[in-house]
Design a protein around this ligand. Structure first.
Ligand SMILES: [Zn+2]
Length: 122
């Protein structure tokens, strides 16, 4: 697992370095004037927020789909069908639409979030 993780981290670092180079080239092409540092910082930060939101969406997708198609009701233990819905949350990087799993127990007449019931350690 450590080797696999190291490979993912190396790939991520390579992609981020390439992304930084591409973004810098795009910004350089926007104007012939020498930019003020605050313009460089603002443009970079905008894409940092975008990346953060993209990671949040992807991670929440993984969490949602880890719930499977059926999950036990926390009250009665009966198996309930899991469905998926989109929701916009307000993250520190701005509004972000995430996908989440939700299950409904017809016996208890309640809905619950299966992913919120899992280990919580991940
Ligand atoms: Zn129930």
């Amino acid at each position: 697992m450590d080797g696999e993780r190291a490979a993912w981290e190396a790939r991520m670092e390579s992609l981020l370095r390439e992304l930084a180079t591409v973004k810098a080239e795009l910004d350089r092409g926007e104007s012939d004037d020498v930019p003020h540092y605050s313009q460089i910082e603002c443009s970079a930060h905008q894409w940092g927020r975008w990346l953060s939101q993209a990671i949040q969406r992807e991670r929440m997708l993984q969490v949602a789909y880890s719930a499977g198609s059926k999950t036990p009701c926390p009250d009665c233990g009966g198996f309930c069908r899991v469905e998926y819905q989109n929701r916009t949350i307000t993250s520190v990087d701005g509004p972000t639409e995430i996908r989440e799993s939700v299950a409904s127990c017809p016996s208890c007449r309640r809905s619950f979030f299966p992913s919120a019931r899992s280990s919580g350690a991940r």
